[in-house]
Design a protein around this ligand. Structure first.
Ligand SMILES: Cc1cc2ncn([C@H]3O[C@H](COP(=O)(O)O)[C@@H](O)[C@H]3O)c2cc1C
Ligand SMILES: O=C(O)c1cccnc1
Length: 346
């Protein structure tokens, strides 16, 4: 991984400069297509061409269980991770349906489901049968965390090799808002009692219990906060690790990655600690309704484009932003310039 990260190169500044000049010359008041203009310019810097084009899109969904569910921090039982992962692979879950609408491939990855069996419809990258109970010890070893991040990097390579040049992140893991909030508490210094949200409809009157479990998970551990792998090993999860790898994979293989909601955003924050210019390669999608999603997004430093009051996860919000990136390319490719239109600049 270290070797791969050291080869990441900056965005193509000269090409972005040329794309900006072209976007400014298109037949519209300068700046009037707002974020679409910025998206087109950023994409040109990633792809290294003034006329980028989206070929095929894929959402990679990392599925894993969390030992901390034993503490009663989620409304659904852990077996839902397995059942719902199969539904995602079948295309009948939230992300399945929305990916179909977007014309995107879905890669459903078993990176750590706690089941005795594997399933042929899931891509078998299982590192562990679920992470450890973080309120009683570490989630996993440092090596397991490293391997799980590598799974994400390798999945991006596979998607790119299979013709995709735009990736979205997703996850399925009952209980995963708990490690996500533990990570956010560590990185912001905020109290879990201040930032813990309901996740998948955990009862509000039991939120203090969830926060107390998170507090217990982060206190008394010696964690190197400058090392995201150590953070994942101590209080993370395999799905979070896999998504961290997807973000890194985007920068390594030079394909844009769209971040989904709360859990994805926390994974992106971890990835940005390994790649300082990570934000050049990733795009936020929607503003999740989860309590601390806005805090996570502001820490990451990206602005979500959509506000649809969603809070599902799975990659459901990220796949909706495929269309925005495609629209930005179409704007840049298909609009004519003032000169071509035979009128003066407005
Ligand atoms: C049926 C069902 C489908 C889901 N799809 C995504 N999530 C979302 O909810 C979970 C995180 O919330 P918590 O930490 O409260 O468990 C993750 O699996 C996330 O993907 C779901 C949750 C449920 C119950
Ligand atoms: O924002 C998300 O991605 C989210 C929020 C709640 C539960 N699961 C996912």
């Amino acid at each position: 991984m270290k070797n791969q990260l050291s080869k990441i190169t900056p965005l193509h500044q000269e090409i972005m400069h040329q794309t900006r000049a072209r976007v400014d010359s298109l037949v519209k008041p300068q700046g009037s297509l707002g974020a679409l203009e910025e998206i087109a310019i950023k994409l040109s810097g990633i792809y290294g061409t003034t006329k980028p084009k989206i070929e095929k899109k894929a959402v990679i969904v990392m599925c894993a269980d969390h030992g901390v569910c034993a503490e009663g921090i989620a409304s659904a039982p852990p077996v839902v991770t397995w059942v719902q992962s199969l539904n995602i692979a079948k295309g009948v879950s939230g992300v399945g349906a929305l990916a179909k609408a977007a014309g995107a491939t879905v890669y459903t990855v078993d990176i750590g489901i706690d089941q005795p069996d594997k399933h042929p419809t899931l891509i078998d990258k299982r590192i562990l049968n679920g992470s450890g109970n973080i309120s009683k010890g570490n989630a996993m070893t440092y090596k397991e965390a490293t391997d799980a991040v590598q799974v994400g990097i390798d999945m991006v390579k596979r998607a790119v090799d299979e013709g995709h040049n735009l990736i979205a992140t997703g996850e399925m893991g009952i209980g995963n808002t708990t490690p996500s909030t533990a990570i956010l508490a560590l990185l912001t210094g905020k109290s879990p009692f201040e930032i813990t949200g309901v996740g998948a409809n955990f009862p509000v009157d039991q939120l203090d219990h969830k926060a107390a479990v998170i507090e217990k998970s982060i206190s008394g551990k010696k964690i190197n906060l400058d090392d995201p792998i150590d953070i994942i090993a101590s209080v993370g999860g395999l799905d979070i690790a896999g998504m961290t790898g997807i973000m890194l994979g985007g920068a390594i293989y030079r394909v844009p990655v769209i971040v989904d909601g709360y859990i994805s955003t926390v994974s992106a924050i971890l990835a940005s600690k390994l790649v300082p210019n990570l934000n050049d390669f990733i795009f936020a999608s929607h503003a999740s309704e989860e309590k601390s999603a806005a805090l996570a997004t502001s820490l990451l430093g990206l602005k979500p484009y959509l506000n649809l009051n969603m809070r599902l996860g799975e990659g459901s919000g990220a796949v909706l932003a495929f269309n925005l990136l495609e629209a930005a390319c179409t704007m840049n490719n298909d609009m004519i310039t003032f000169e071509e239109a035979g009128i003066g600049v407005v």
